[in-house]
Design a protein around this ligand. Structure first.
Ligand code: ACO
Ligand code: HSE
Length: 374
């Protein structure tokens, strides 16, 4: 990571009267065994909140971010946040997640690089974890978020929701801790990663590890500009194509060159831009850890299969997929909906933009949230 645009979080737990969007963290100081066999000696989760927690804890909503998201889901651009929150139009007074009534909590995922414990965090000796950071699964990440819920005094979330990797965590909440989830919205996420999704991830993982700047994962003392930026940029370019659609790319960019004198195709320039932006704000090791946690995502593991796992969900559930999503195709959301008791048919987000529609088609996501809130 060349720089973190987000300032260090404030110490300690949320308190009534906190301003909205103040970044805080909760720490867990006990040895934490991980599903893949490793352990963390403890961890911390950064989070932001909007609204006020009801005295009985009944109005809390957990919003789960995607691969390169963070806890800043709402709020305008400002110091430490060059862009507005990634779901800003959905969270706030009078918005679908109405913070005059709801208490919205958004943690940074375990393994991430925006305040929560991840490979760039110090180990107990104060050195960055780097190559020694253990493998995480989506279940580990959800169990870490359970610590946050306990800390905040939230016994049962009124809603847990998310898209993409955030949808995987939302789903795992519904399966792992069904008694703690009243309603569930899973957008553009599968019950288990498929061979196709693992295949798309594979060259991304290789690109980072093949970068000499990656140095086996221990690059945090590298001189500025000498980290694994090339590899992370290539990974983002590959990923970004899967987040959009053939039709959109053709329509927007066609065969145009970027500019007179610039031999790049416009679409190459577009991917370069997204690569450069990610490299400035994201840690390559976190990208590896989180991508591998998505690869191992399978709600059915050690639970008798996907069907048996999904039958554990007791939340009022809505599943949605995007009709043009080539990464997590709609049929996977339909299968998911069919397996969850009472979920009915999957809702369809109709969009030319593909997987990223959970971030773009805000009007349609708003409709889903309102439908689930009743
Ligand atoms: C929950 C989470 O996932 S949080 C993380 C979400 N954020 C990200 O993933 C960051 C990356 N951004 C994105 O993936 C997308 O921008 C989205 C999904 C957030 C929004 O999608 P869109 O509004 O369709 O934006 P789009 O993909 O067209 O990108 C626009 C950017 O590309 C740039 N761009 C467009 N064409 C070109 C081109 N030919 N050459 C260079 N840059 C270009 C625009 O200038 C704009 O730059 P800016 O974002 O720095 O202002
Ligand atoms: N563009 C989103 C989509 C990933 O699912 C992200 O980077 O997090």
């Amino acid at each position: 990571m060349t720089s973190s645009p987000v300032p260090p979080p404030a110490t300690g737990a949320w308190r009534a009267g906190d301003p909205p969007g103040r970044r805080r963290w909760v720490s867990h100081d006990r040895q934490t065994k991980l599903e893949a066999g490793g352990a963390l000696p403890g961890f911390r989760l950064a989070y932001e909140t909007w609204g006020t927690l009801a005295s009985d804890g009944s109005n809390a909503v957990l919003v789960e971010h995607a691969l390169t998201g963070d806890s800043h889901a709402a709020g305008e651009a400002g110091p430490g946040h060059p862009t507005a929150g990634w779901w800003d139009a959905l969270i706030g007074p009078g918005r679908p997640l109405d913070t005059d009534e709801l208490f919205v909590v958004v943690p940074n995922v375990l393994g991430g690089c925006q305040g929560s414990t991840g490979p760039s965090s110090p180990d107990p000796d104060g050195r960055p974890w780097g190559s020694r950071f253990p493998r995480l699964t989506v279940r580990d990440q959800v169990l870490a978020e359970q610590v946050l819920a306990d800390e905040l005094g939230i016994e049962r979330w009124a809603m847990v929701l998310g898209g993409s990797m955030g949808g995987m965590r939302a789903l795992e909440w519904g399966v792992t801790l069904p008694g703690r989830v009243e309603s569930l919205l899973v957008v553009a996420a599968p019950a288990a990663a498929t061979a196709e999704q693992i295949a798309w991830a594979s060259p991304q993982l290789h690109a980072i590890r093949a970068d000499r700047g990656w140095r086996g994962g221990d690059y945090y003392d590298a001189a500025p500009g000498e980290g694994p930026h090339l590899g992370l940029g290539v990974a983002r370019r590959i990923a970004h194509v899967t987040y959009r659609t053939e039709a959109e790319l053709n329509q927007r960019f066609g065969r145009r060159h970027q500019a007179p004198g610039d031999q790049r195709f416009a679409v190459e320039s577009y991917l370069d831009h997204h690569a450069e932006k990610l490299v400035r704000r994201f840690d390559a090791n976190s990208y590896l850890v989180l991508t591998e946690s998505m690869n191992t995502h399978d709600v059915g593991r050690d639970r008798g299969g996907v069907g048996a796992a999904l039958s554990r969900v007791t939340a009022r559930t809505l599943v949605a997929g995007v009709d043009s999503d080539r990464l997590y195709p709609l049929y996977q959301s339909q299968e998911l909906a069919a397996g969850i008791p009472g979920a009915g048919e999957a809702a369809v987000v109709s969009s030319p933009y593909g997987h990223d529609s959970f971030l773009i088609e805000i009007g349609q996501i708003a409709t889903l949230i309102k439908a689930l809130l009743g």
